[in-house]
Design a protein around this ligand. Structure first.
Ligand code: PRP
Length: 219
């Protein structure tokens, strides 16, 4: 049996994923060692390997088959546009991709003005404004703290992730339009999906059952 390799997004998404896998009896003790500098972790018994990566790199590892399975936010999957199969909504990491700004910018959006849009997600912003809204805008790629852009006058609006909404609120900004809902997704390499169909399908089915049961318990 060959190893199945998981690429997990460093941080909260990885912790939540490992928690879910653990409920299915898929554990990785090696990963729990706090001060370890190891980059890749193995479960010899189940022939599984796990590694942590930055979100935008997860679909890359999966497209090239360096990982068979990945867990990453839908924002990153859409932005990166890699050839991977999105197989499961894991139901956590829920948030929204939104157009945000000062309330006064709502008029500019309404009248399809040529505005500047700051974002960490230029592909998502381009698709939204050009293909869905048919509005010509100038997109400015930034790398973080996007909410600063309208405050310091870099752009009229931003396209960014809104989770609780507190970053916007504390800075006097609002959601002006919603682009799409987001959550953590499982992705699979298309060749692995064929070659390791049975093993991968079992993981997906078991996770789906777990999610369904979790949902029922929450009711
Ligand atoms: C994300 C996002 C918003 C914030 C939204 O930023 O870009 O800034 O979280 O969360 P909230 O609605 O709960 O306030 P992140 O903390 O990932 O850092 P970044 O600004 O560097 O992208």
């Amino acid at each position: 049996m060959r190893y199945l390799t998981f690429a997990l997004t460093k941080g909260r998404l990885a912790s939540k994923t490992l928690e879910m896998l653990e409920s299915l009896g898929i554990t990785c003790e090696e990963m729990k060692e706090k001060d370890s500098r190891k980059l890749i972790f193995t479960n010899e018994e189940l022939k599984l390997k796990f590694f942590l990566a930055k979100g935008p790199d997860v679909p890359t590892y999966v497209e090239y088959g360096a990982a068979d399975i990945g867990v990453v936010g839908r924002d990153t999957i859409v932005e990166e546009g890699r050839k991977v199969h999105e197989v499961l909504d894991l139901g956590f990491g829920k948030c929204r991709m939104c157009v945000c700004g000062y309330e006064s910018a709502a008029e500019l959006l309404k009248h399809h003005e040529l505005i500047r849009v700051a974002t960490k997600y230029p592909e998502i912003a381009k698709d939204y404004f050009y293909n869905k809204k048919h509005q010509t805008v100038e997109i400015i790629k930034m790398n973080g703290s996007i909410e600063l852009a309208p405050i310091v006058g870099l752009s009229e609006v931003i396209v960014d992730i809104v989770e609780t909404g507190s970053t916007l609120k504390e800075n006097g900004l609002s959601v002006l339009e919603e682009v799409c809902p987001l959550s953590a997704r499982m992705i699979v390499n298309p060749v692995s999906m064929r070659m390791e169909n049975e093993r991968i399908k079992k993981i997906i089915t078991d996770l789906r059952t777990l999610l369904r049961e979790g949902g029922r318990n929450a009711d």
